[in-house]
Design a protein around this ligand. Structure first.
Ligand code: ADP
Length: 247
């Protein structure tokens, strides 16, 4: 009976850990919102003081919303419902992503290189965009100013590999097996300071699995990381073993 219950006990423990982590993560922005509101209300203030406190409140409310959205998405992916797969032309995805990140790229003087060739994959367009969005978001947050983020794609043997490479700090080998776990951070202070909530890679992993794909990472401390999404190609792969495009 003990052996039979072991998987149940371990999934209960994981659930407890997850609930605790989520609560902890949510408490931080909520405390900041409460504190800023209390200080602003405590005595007569100048308009610029109100503005400062309201700006902090708005930014922490945004952080809580992002966290709630990530948790809801993970809950949806956990239900393991069949995802409707379609043929997605990757060429259509890059302009939207470039536009979405334009402001943040410019702010850090980062260059985003996107592939220019044709490649289609079997995927759910919405989930693929979310997964790529999270990988590029990380690449932007962990890149040094003026760095380059390169997206490349290639196809071989009926599979497409989309890779996002950055020149960030890299990830130590001991941390690599854990980075896909919910709320795991190799460097908690760097992650929080840059606005991370520790859920991005868990979302990437589960979104790609829902599309019957795989994720992979290679990283070198001090040089950068490459995160890859591997999916079935959308059409018969007549150009197998051919590197179709790089930036
Ligand atoms: P976070 O919001 O903390 O970035 P993620 O789930 O996206 O959460 O990533 C988990 C951890 O993996 C991060 O805290 C960071 O330590 C590491 N990581 C993810 N992407 C990168 C990257 N591009 N460069 C360096 N470290 C990364």
């Amino acid at each position: 009976a003990i052996l039979a219950l072991r998987p149940v006990t371990s999934s209960m423990r994981r659930l407890e850990q997850f609930t605790g982590d989520a609560g902890h993560e949510l408490r931080t922005p909520l405390s900041s919102i409460r504190l800023n509101a209390q200080v602003a209300l405590a005595q007569d203030r100048r308009p610029e003081d109100f503005r400062r406190h309201l700006t902090a409140i708005a930014s922490q409310a945004e952080r809580s919303t992002r966290l709630a959205e990530s948790l809801l998405l993970l809950a949806r992916l956990d239900r393991r419902e069949e995802v409707p797969m379609e043929t997605v032309n990757l060429t259509d995805i890059w302009p939207d992503l470039s536009t979405a990140f334009a402001g943040r790229l410019a702010a850090s003087e980062l260059t985003l290189q996107t592939p220019s060739g044709e490649l289609t994959v079997k995927a759910d367009r919405g989930l693929l965009t979310i997964a790529l969005d999270n990988l590029i978001d990380n690449a932007v947050r962990y890149s040094p100013p003026k760095g380059t983020i390169a997206i490349t794609m290639q196809s071989a043997g009926g599979r497409a590999i989309i890779a996002v490479t950055d020149q960030g700090p890299g990830i130590p080998p001991t941390a690599l097996p854990h980075i896909w776990d919910r709320f795991y951070r190799a460097d908690a202070s760097r992650s929080r300071d840059s606005g991370g909530n520790g859920l991005g890679l868990a979302i990437v992993h589960n979104a790609v699995e829902a599309m019957h794909g795989r994720v992979a990472v290679t990283s070198e401390v001090g040089r950068g990381s490459t995160f890859s999404i591997i999916l079935p190609t959308g059409t018969t792969d007549v150009r197998s073993d051919t590197m179709i495009v790089t930036s």
